[in-house]
Design a binder for this molecule. Structure first.
Ligand code: GLC
Length: 651
């Protein structure tokens, strides 16, 4: 949009730019800057317009974008242009992700490069390498307490090693996903150290207070994130004799985004990693970016404006790169991180589908899909040019963040139902198959979250310990059932490393002083590569899981109806144990897939006559894409074995 104030400011900025910036061939940069400048100016003005140094900060911002553009390697710029021309590229069904810790998965970054063939064997082409940046030993929060945003932790490797991984990935058409922890730094970060030494410039990078007056006011409305280990949201700093806002651990200092210098620094960091070859940046803890007294300090409007500004700026320098929003918040809030009232994602193109994840665990425990169906029905459609990251497990806990209204709607009482789920998964429910552990029990609220590996939560650990073959087969079925949904639902499925071979809980964390109070370490495994070798040996659990997932992935990649264009219709299956939806391809009406899943331990029937609209007429002509067989039909009823699924198609 052309608008005079923005345009004349842009002209002024262009005149003031340093000569080395003006000299370069910046044709694409200038066209994109011209296109986005109105929005950038407006957002920056809204956030920082009251400051005397506003214009100077605006100049810094544009200089940052230009410098990073100049540094962008030619092949990355070509990629930007190719992706601009094919703007829906990331909605394709061809993408299948995995999140992994380089140390746990392979050892070092060099080892990740070597093990890329394993990922490719499974069909993975979107790899989130969990935080790799410098962190203090011990006080690391699993890599999310960064002490240097531009240095790779030397226990993991070097920038050259990362380059080698990026090259290897590119050769194999695998996307590289890296974290930028935007909300906070470690207290050992240079900025925090300078703040501690009394430098006011850097004290203004954080929320620092002389006494408890303001912290106490904030505390009245802020929830606690790690209540068991780090109660409260502020930490007393002995050196400064001041209070620091620390929403997560006491060593993670929250950055102050009401200071534009912080925004520009962090944008520079994001662009730095994009220029190192990251295709996708996972923005950590984005819900917390803006703090406002009297609120929960989550999901504030300004947090969204900051993300829009980050997106608009990145589109100028590196439009091919995508953002993932890590916002594990209420269902209606998560979807806002795509950006509201738009077609194109104005904030992040991808968001963690924490709602689906939690609902899947609900269905597995209750053996019915009532809440799964209701919760998804309440979830608004995503934007056209945005997509979900659908996952079953990740490095974090499982939070039961579904909506109370939906829980009541299906006939449960929210508090009691959540308690049931916590008990079910953490060993306090008789007859449960799961072996998980609680995470961050909050005695004040009775709340808790759940830790545990997929295999252990789905019953494989217990089943193997008892040697009960039937239970082992049942646990494998559950693991595959959950994956059959994330592969077909619409969005990018994200596997968690180790799950493809059924990795159990790792209890060793209990012996490590820096880990024992954080149960999430139970599911951050070190891969046993001897076990992984068993994937090649028929009859083993590893082989069954790996080859089944590999097959599902390969099928997914061929089915255009599995791409993500809001082309899904949930179906009321008329049987609460079954969960069903249809996926279709707008361009090829005949290419439809009916997904049906049985969450019960008993065989279930689906009455084809009474089932609400699915678009299919002759069920006898359907084939299950996964097994290649016709589904079992008995007197107009489709039959599903316990914990089984169908991907039914007319092909
Ligand atoms: C994100 C990370 C989590 C971390 C938190 C604080 O939620 O996924 O592991 O503890 O941010 O950085």
């Amino acid at each position: 949009m052309y608008e005079q104030i923005s345009h004349s400011l842009l002209n002024e900025i262009l005149d003031d730019l340093k000569p080395e910036i003006k000299r370069q061939d910046l044709r694409h940069f200038y066209t994109r800057l011209g296109a986005n400048f109105y929005a950038i100016h407006n957002l920056f003005q809204h956030l920082y317009g009251q400051r005397e140094d506003f214009k100077l900060q605006m100049l810094h911002l544009v200089e940052t974008l230009a410098r990073k553009y100049i540094n962008r390697l030619e092949y990355l710029e070509k990629l930007d242009i190719a992706r601009e021309n094919d703007h829906n590229w990331f909605l394709s069904q061809k993408w299948v992700g995995m999140a992994l810790y380089s140390s746990g998965f392979a050892g070092s970054l060099q080892d990740v490069a070597i093990k890329t063939a394993y990922l490719q064997e499974l069909g993975i082409n979107f790899v989130h390498i969990m935080p790799i940046l410098q962190c203090p030993t011990g006080k690391s929060d699993g890599g999310y307490a960064i002490s240097n945003f531009r240095e790779i932790d030397d226990r993991i490797g070097t920038l050259e090693d990362l380059q080698a991984v990026a090259d290897e990935f590119r050769k194999r058409d695998i996307l590289l996903v890296l974290d930028v922890v935007v909300n906070h730094t470690s207290d050992e970060h240079e900025w925090a150290q300078k703040a501690m030494a009394g430098d006011p410039k850097y004290q203004d990078y954080y929320y620092i207070f002389d006494n408890r007056e303001i912290p106490d006011m904030f505390e009245q409305s802020m929830p606690e994130i790690f209540p068991q280990t780090d109660p409260g949201n502020f930490t007393w700093n002995e050196t400064m004799q001041k209070w620091v806002m620390t929403i997560f651990h006491d060593y993670q200092w929250d950055l102050n985004y009401s200071n534009p210098a912080v925004f520009i620094e962090m944008l520079d960091v994001i662009l730095f990693w994009i220029n190192q070859g990251a295709d996708v940046i996972r923005l950590d803890a984005v819900a917390f970016l803006w703090k406002k007294m009297g609120t929960s300090c989550q999901n504030e409007r300004e947090a969204h404006l900051l993300l829009q500004l980050m997106k608009d700026c990145c589109q100028v320098t590196a439009p091919g790169a995508l953002f993932i929003a890590e916002a594990i918040v209420a269902p209606v809030e998560i979807i806002k991180y795509f950006g509201e009232d738009a077609i194109i994602a104005k904030e992040c193109e991808i968001a963690y589908n924490a709602t689906l994840m939690a609902l899947l665990w609900d269905a597995l425990a209750t053996k019915n899909s009532k809440l799964l169906y209701q919760g998804l029905k309440s979830l608004p459609d995503k934007l056209d040019r945005a997509t979900w990251l659908n996952y079953v497990r990740c490095h974090d806990d499982i939070g039961l963040g579904f909506d109370d209204k939906d829980i009541r709607e299906v006939g449960y009482e929210p508090y009691a139902h959540r308690q049931f789920l916590i008990d079910f998964y953490t060993g306090n429910y008789e007859g449960s198959f799961a072996s998980g552990v609680p995470f961050m029990r909050n005695d004040k609220t009775g709340d808790a979250r759940i830790s545990g590996s997929l295999a252990s939560l789905a019953g494989l650990e217990k089943a193997c310990a008892s040697g009960d073959e039937k239970a082992i087969a049942g646990a494998i079925d559950k693991i595959l059932l959950l994956h059959s949904i994330i592969f077909s639902f619409g969005g990018i499925p994200l596997l968690y490393y180790g799950d493809e071979i059924g990795t159990f809980n790792d209890y060793n964390y209990l012996d490590e002083i820096n880990k024992s109070s954080d149960s999430r370490w139970i599911h951050r495994p070190k891969i046993n590569w001897d076990r992984a070798e068993l994937r090649k040996k028929p009859g083993t659990i590893e082989n069954t899981l790996f080859s089944s997932l590999k097959k599902m992935i390969a099928i997914r990649k061929e089915i255009t109806a599995f791409a993500d264009f809001n082309n899904r219709q949930l179906i009321d299956a008329g049987n609460q144990h079954l969960f069903a939806f249809v996926r279709f391809d707008f361009n090829r009406p005949s290419e439809r897939v009916l997904v049906i899943c049985n969450f019960s331990a008993e065989p279930q029937h689906l009455n084809l006559q009474t089932m609400s609209y699915s678009g299919f007429k002759i069920y006898s002509q359907l084939t299950d894409l996964y097994s290649g067989k016709k589904p079992t039909i008995f007197r107009e009823h489709l039959v599903l074995q316990p914990f089984h699924f169908y991907w039914l198609s007319e092909y």
